[in-house]
Design a protein around this ligand. Structure first.
Ligand SMILES: [Zn+2]
Length: 375
């Protein structure tokens, strides 16, 4: 990633940010602008009111469910900010742009800021990693985990957050609009303005924010419901993006059967709705669990073909096993959690000898439930 021209670029983006309604700085607001998707860059604007002098911003070094240090902050080169005090807001003068000071691998400080001042922070994130734990943007799909995209405000992690995703008209130009949608475990409000999409999301705090990955792309989709032991219906959504020729009917039948078998076994579920987000790729494979969703990446050959035998071949079994594994994690790891994960600081390592319980037991159960569900 090029690091030249940081200051001028940061200033340019800040001016662009100021031209929209992020000037209203009540609460914490993030805006993710995908205008530069072809460069694999996301322009972020964050507005908030500082509670202390010289506030600090930080990005997680790892993401729950993927137990290695990832140092997501390496994809952010420079952070700039402006103080939006009432004087500059009422006059025509542009507020001065400052460059934040990086004080360690994943922390930036805003030294000019005093407690009570409204701030706008702007930065860009390089998003070109296909894995389910980071972020990826190109002309085909806009995908992200907020652990890669949203700088947390130190001391404000428990405050409610509003998020806007801005998708330019150019991204939609070559796509079938009937199939383009946002896949996420959150409810979103979608607005279409001058050809561009604005998707609004809301969460209770930063820890919730990072548990909702999203994908905006052309998707194939089906819905199904599962019933718990009190006859409550739990709605489920299943999305696939990327090139594939999967038999969606077969997939719906098998995944529904697996999910219903889990809920029959466990009685109820820790979620009211659940979303499977799958990206069909050439060879990549992986999954990450979230409280009411999972993000999966699979070789397209693992998806069921139109002439899939009644007993799935080993490739398709592997994909069903992945769905089964991540779904069980909604109970085991996301709800029944290791103590080190209860109030975890994602800036540093959390040591536990219990990974064999969280991952090993889950791996045993995922296969067992394919058998038990009869798929
Ligand atoms: Zn796992």
């Amino acid at each position: 990633m090029s690091t030249s021209n940081d200051t001028s670029r940061g200033q340019k983006r800040s001016e662009a940010c100021l031209n929209n309604d992020t000037q209203v700085t009540t609460g914490i607001r993030y805006q993710f602008d995908f205008e530069r998707y072809f460069e694999h860059l996301v322009d972020v604007s964050l507005t908030f009111t500082a509670a202390t002098d010289s506030p600090q911003l930080w990005l997680p070094a790892w993401i729950p469910g993927s137990y290695l240090m990832r140092e997501f902050a390496r994809n952010i080169t420079a952070v700039h900010y402006q103080i939006l005090d009432s004087q500059t807001m009422s006059s025509e003068a542009q507020p001065e742009t400052h460059r934040a000071e990086k004080i360690d691998k994943h922390t930036w400080q805003l030294p000019q800021v005093k407690a009570g001042q409204a701030i706008e922070v702007c930065y860009e994130v390089y998003c070109y990693d296909l894995s389910v734990r980071t972020a990826y943007v190109d002309q085909q799909r806009l995908y992200g985990n907020f652990t890669s995209l949203a700088l947390a405000i130190d001391g404000h992690e428990h405050q409610p957050i509003q998020v806007k995703l801005i998708v330019p008209a150019a991204f939609l130009a070559d796509k079938d609009e009937e199939r383009v949608c946002l896949a996420t475990g959150l409810d979103s409000i979608d607005l279409r303005l001058d050809g561009q999409y604005c998707l609004a999301l809301q969460v209770d705090n930063y820890h919730d924010l990072i548990d909702y990955p999203f994908e905006f792309a052309e998707q194939d989709k089906f819905d199904f419901i599962v019933q718990d032991d009190k006859h409550q219906t739990l709605s489920h959504r299943f999305y696939i993006s990327g090139k594939h020729s999967a038999d969606m009917g077969r997939l719906q039948q098998d995944v529904t059967q697996i999910c219903q078998t889990y809920v029959d076994w466990l009685g109820d579920a820790p979620f009211a709705d659940y979303t499977f987000m799958t990206f069909a790729s050439g060879n990549d494979y992986g999954g990450l669990e979230h409280i009411n969703s999972t993000s999966l990446i699979t070789p397209r050959r693992d998806l069921p073909s139109i002439d899939e035998p009644a007993v799935p071949n080993s490739n398709y079994q592997r994909f069903l096993g992945l769905c089964s594994h991540e779904y069980f994690h909604a109970w085991w790891v996301k709800t029944v959690r290791p103590d080190v994960m209860l109030d975890v600081d994602l800036r540093r390592e959390a040591f536990t000898p219990l990974l064999w319980v969280f991952e090993g037991f889950t791996s045993y159960i995922d296969d067992f439930m394919l058998q038990a569900s009869g798929v």
